[in-house]
Design a protein around this ligand. Structure first.
Ligand SMILES: [Zn+2]
Length: 273
């Protein structure tokens, strides 16, 4: 594995590796990361740190992976607030009183999570779909969202930003955002019908790329999410994008497209420590 990125660091805790944004590491009250395939106990297509119970992996091994994940973060399973993810645009505010006392809590029909309370580990699941990290660096609020192409088109990014404003009265000048990792514009080929949804957003065409003979269409999902966040009111200088494509880096990260769906799941997390 060769790791090359200008935007992200790779951090090892024993044999477990997490990706982190250099720009978010500046905020010491926040811990965030993106789990890789490295350091877990699952086998074959789930090798090795699969954190999904719903992809056909052995439940006992997934539970062991959760224990490894929590141990690396220095948290307990009951600290985890998981998004169930249905490719929609609902953002749920999480409080300790909504969390189970023994095991993790799964929030149904939710693709975005937000909290102001320390020790609640917001967690989303990805295997090509984009993750959006958001922080109010002044009021100390954190948010996380899962944005596949459907969630992107439904503007889950903008809805997450709106939740900061409506729930916590955040100011755009205090809001810092990081987008990705996820499938890059190098690999995210779409059909004409999917492209139609993106054209309906009325954003500049610089998110679309065509192959040399124009027969293939590629979309830059990260850029689309950035444009939607700028439109919402976030500042250009406060939005950072990953330069790591999950499909190009399928040996290190789970990629849905590369494997045709036979794969485990990476997790993104953020919490106030
Ligand atoms: Zn790629």
């Amino acid at each position: 594995m060769i790791f090359k990125s200008k935007a992200m660091n790779i951090n090892f805790i024993d044999s477990v590796a997490f990706l982190t944004f250099k720009e978010l590491e500046k905020y010491s009250f926040v811990r965030h990361g993106y789990s890789t395939r490295l350091g877990g106990v699952s086998k074959n297509e789930f090798k090795s740190l699969n954190l999904s119970f719903s992809v056909g992996d052995d439940t006992k091994l997934v539970n062991e992976n959760y224990d490894i994940f929590c141990s690396c973060l220095g948290v307990q399973r009951y600290n985890l607030a998981l998004a169930s993810q249905v490719h929609e645009d609902k953002v749920t505010k999480v409080s300790k009183k909504n969390l189970n006392k023994i095991d993790f809590t799964k929030f149904e029909e939710t693709d975005g999570l937000i909290t102001s309370e320390s020790g609640i580990v917001l967690t989303t699941f990805h295997a090509d779909c984009i993750v959006i990290y958001m922080i109010d660096i002044s009021k100390k609020i954190v948010g996380l969202a899962h944005a596949g192409w459907r969630g992107t088109v439904k503007n889950i990014a903008g809805k997450l930003a709106k939740k900061f404003i409506t729930e916590y009265n955040s100011s755009f000048s205090d809001m810092v955002c990081a987008i990705g990792p996820g499938i890059g514009k190098c690999c995210f080929e779409v059909s004409e019908s999917v492209l139609t949804y993106f054209r309906a957003l009325n954003i500049p065409n610089n998110f679309i790329q065509f192959s040399r003979d124009d027969s293939r269409i590629y979309i830059d999902l990260l850029e689309v999410n950035k444009i939607l966040l700028l439109r919402e009111g976030l500042k250009n200088e406060n939005i950072f994008k990953s330069d790591i494509c999950t499909m190009c880096n399928h040996d290190m990260l789970f990629s849905h497209r590369f494997t045709g769906g036979k794969r485990g799941t990476n997790s993104a997390f953020i919490f106030i420590s």
